[in-house]
Ligand binder design. Structure first.
Ligand SMILES: C[S@@+](CC[C@H](N)C(=O)[O-])C[C@H]1O[C@@H](n2cnc3c(N)ncnc32)[C@H](O)[C@@H]1O
Length: 238
């Protein structure tokens, strides 16, 4: 039997010769993609090969995936499977988008990553290629401080859920938070990892995070102890 009839064997991502180490990483990702029949692993493979100078190694490290897996699980528990339209703000390469869209038991109508850094766009679209093709994933380049939810720019519709896992990066957190619509479902993560220069808005504890992001209804509050820092998460309605 032709192997492609039994399992999907995806086309090669690149035609060029690869350095032996890169070739072996590619072969491993190919093998895992076929083993788990998982288009996300194929999208990771293609993205790593196409954007070797990006920060994908950091964006997909085990701490990042652990924090986002925690978010996916707690969001499903807090809000149920029908999630509607989601904005992931300051969403970097859209790893969380790919993870949410890959969950077969969750119903996500449309998910948009908003980030101010235009270099994230191509990488995010590649990492989410499976869902970008169906129109369920999009990237929008905006400064989230400038987003006005009563008059959103073209291409963005009012979301059911706003996610921001980069709260530690927001120096003007209070201004940003004040402009979010009342009642919207929020999923927020921050941390106490103060040694990173870009972390200009760390919080020292879960209680401090709750004070920074007051919710009219708190659905979940928790913390995840990682090797060098603690990540905090709040899910609720503003
Ligand atoms: C290092 S990354 C993400 C870190 C976070 N822990 C995570 O995994 O989601 C921080 C992202 O925030 C984005 N960002 C920072 N300030 C922003 C702003 N004002 N508007 C939109 N994106 C912003 C950056 O461009 C970057 O992609």
């Amino acid at each position: 039997m032709d192997v492609t009839k039994r399992w999907p064997v995806w086309p090669e991502a690149v035609g060029r010769d690869l350095d032996p180490t890169v070739q072996s990483f590619k072969d491993i990702l190919d093998g895992l993609a076929v083993l788990y029949q998982n288009p996300f692993i194929r999208d990771v493979r293609d993205t790593v090969l196409a954007y070797p100078d990006s920060a994908l190694g950091i964006a997909l490290n085990k701490k990042q995936t652990a924090c986002k897996k925690w978010l996916v699980e707690e969001l499903a528990r807090a809000c149920g499977p029908e999630l509607g339209t989601i904005h992931i703000l300051a969403g970097w390469y859209g790893l969380l988008g790919a993870m949410l869209l890959a969950e077969k038991q969750l119903q996500v109508e449309k998910l948009t990553v908003v980030d101010v850094d235009p270099s994230c766009e191509e990488v995010a679209l590649s990492l989410n290629a499976t869902h970008a093709k169906t129109g369920r994933f999009a990237f929008a380049c905006h400064d989230i401080y400038a987003l006005d939810y009563s008059a959103l720019p073209d291409g963005l519709t009012r979301p059911d859920i706003i996610v921001n896992t980069s709260c530690e990066h927001l120096a003007a957190f209070d201004d940003w938070y004040a402009r979010l619509p009342d009642g919207v479902t929020l999923v927020l993560q921050s941390n106490n990892y103060v040694v990173i220069p870009e972390h200009v808005n760390c919080v020292e504890s879960l209680e401090a995070f709750k004070r920074q992001a007051p919710m009219s209804e708190l659905l979940f509050a928790g913390q995840l102890e990682l090797e060098k820092y603690t990540r905090f998460m709040l899910i609720g309605r503003k």
